[in-house]
Write a protein that binds this ligand. Structure first.
Ligand code: G3P
Ligand code: CA
Length: 356
């Protein structure tokens, strides 16, 4: 199936056994899998990312009513599954406060794993990724354990280690409901022999306190995610006035380095855009992070014009592809150590062409 898929999306650079080269010096993370080509956070999306040459696959982790970690970008699943077409779950539709924002829909913590497994995934942005909708209704919501199992199977088959890069989503929100993500994450990593310093695992979070706590419990490297605006919700919740801008200051990065090995900034924190959407002068963030001893893995690199800086758009059509090669090159020129991308094949090809 993956071979046919590669033919459809354009063949990934590969050796004779279809195993792309590894990227020890530059980290390519398949963001939500290869979500440019498959509905995000499905085993099909992760598998394609690995086959395209991603070093890591990235599950965002939320949790079910019965305490099982599953891969979804958000607790709300109306946008990424067919739950709205299941009349037996109509009464579960509700409105909740999610990190201070009112959200209406269906939430993973209101479903048992068995119930969640009756749903099927669908493309989150069908207007931009119409082609991906041909896969709607075909794949389940995977558990974190299933993602780990997939990484192990593909590591054996491709004869290179496929890393995992899990993110704890909305940790404070889940902890307040008695469904803390962290103990389950530690448990899965322990049970799979992955809680060790040389495991190919990064653990990431937009919150701070859960990473500091995980630093005491995990032996794998941690990555502090940051947004271009706002503040970590655990800070907001506890009345801590610090913001993401404080975290990415030189002093803030030295604090991050006490519990994390990497920083995952929104890419505009590295190269801002002007009002017209063109790239401007890079900030000192990469330099300051490196001085603090942190790797830098920005997010999210995507091929469609909608997501590209104006410099690299091919037209005014949001869903059309622009020049992701050029955007990646611009960020590599300022020294990033890796990146999250929905199009791992393009990041792999960019690396190979740059090295040629
Ligand atoms: O985790 C890196 C990146 O995925 C952060 O953004 O919202 O896609 O999880 P998000
Ligand atoms: Ca993520």
């Amino acid at each position: 199936m993956a071979t046919a898929a590669l033919a459809l999306v354009g063949a990934a650079p590969a050796t004779a056994d279809h195993t792309p080269a590894t990227h020890d010096s530059f980290t390519i993370v398949g963001h939500r899998g290869a979500s440019g080509y498959r509905p995000e956070h499905t085993l099909a999306s992760y598998e394609l990312a690995a086959r395209m040459g991603a070093d890591y696959i990235e599950p965002d982790l939320v949790i079910t009513k019965d305490g099982v970690l599953v891969a979804r970008h958000e607790p709300e699943i109306g946008g990424t599954t067919d739950v709205a077409n299941h009349p037996e779950f109509a009464s579960r539709k509700t409105t909740k406060s999610l990190d201070g924002v009112q959200v209406t829909g269906w939430f993973t913590e209101d479903f048992t794993l068995a119930e969640l497994k009756t749903l099927r995934a669908k493309e989150r942005i069908p207007d931009i990724r119409q082609r991906n909708t041909i896969y709607d209704g075909r794949y389940q919501v995977p558990t974190f354990q299933e993602v780990v199992d997939l990484s192990k199977r593909l590591s054996r088959e491709l004869r290179r280690e496929i890393g995992i890069y899990p993110e704890t989503k909305h940790p404070t929100y889940f902890r307040k409901q008695g469904l803390a993500l962290e103990p389950r994450l530690v448990d899965v990593l322990n049970r799979n022999g992955l809680n060790r310093p040389n495991a190919k695992v990064f653990v990431q979070s937009f919150e701070v306190s859960n990473l500091i706590d995980l630093h005491r419990k995990l032996r794998v490297p941690l990555v502090q995610l940051t947004s271009a605006t706002g503040a970590p919700f655990d800070f907001v919740d506890s009345g801590d006035p610090r913001t993401y801008a404080d975290i990415v200051s030189a002093a803030g990065l030295r604090e991050v380095a006490k519990y994390a090995k990497g920083l995952g900034p929104e890419k505009s924190q590295i190269i801002p855009r002007d009002a017209a959407g063109f790239l401007t002068t890079p900030t000192p963030l990469v330099t300051n992070a490196h001085r603090a001893g942190l790797k830098v893995h920005p997010y999210t690199f995507r091929a469609e014009n909608q997501f590209l800086p104006a410099d690299f758009r091919s037209s005014t059509v949001p869903s059309a592809y622009g020049d992701l090669f050029a955007e990646i090159a611009a960020f590599r020129a300022v020294g990033v150590d890796g990146l999250f991308t929905d199009n791992p094949d393009i990041a792999v090809a960019q690396e190979q062409l740059a090295a040629a």
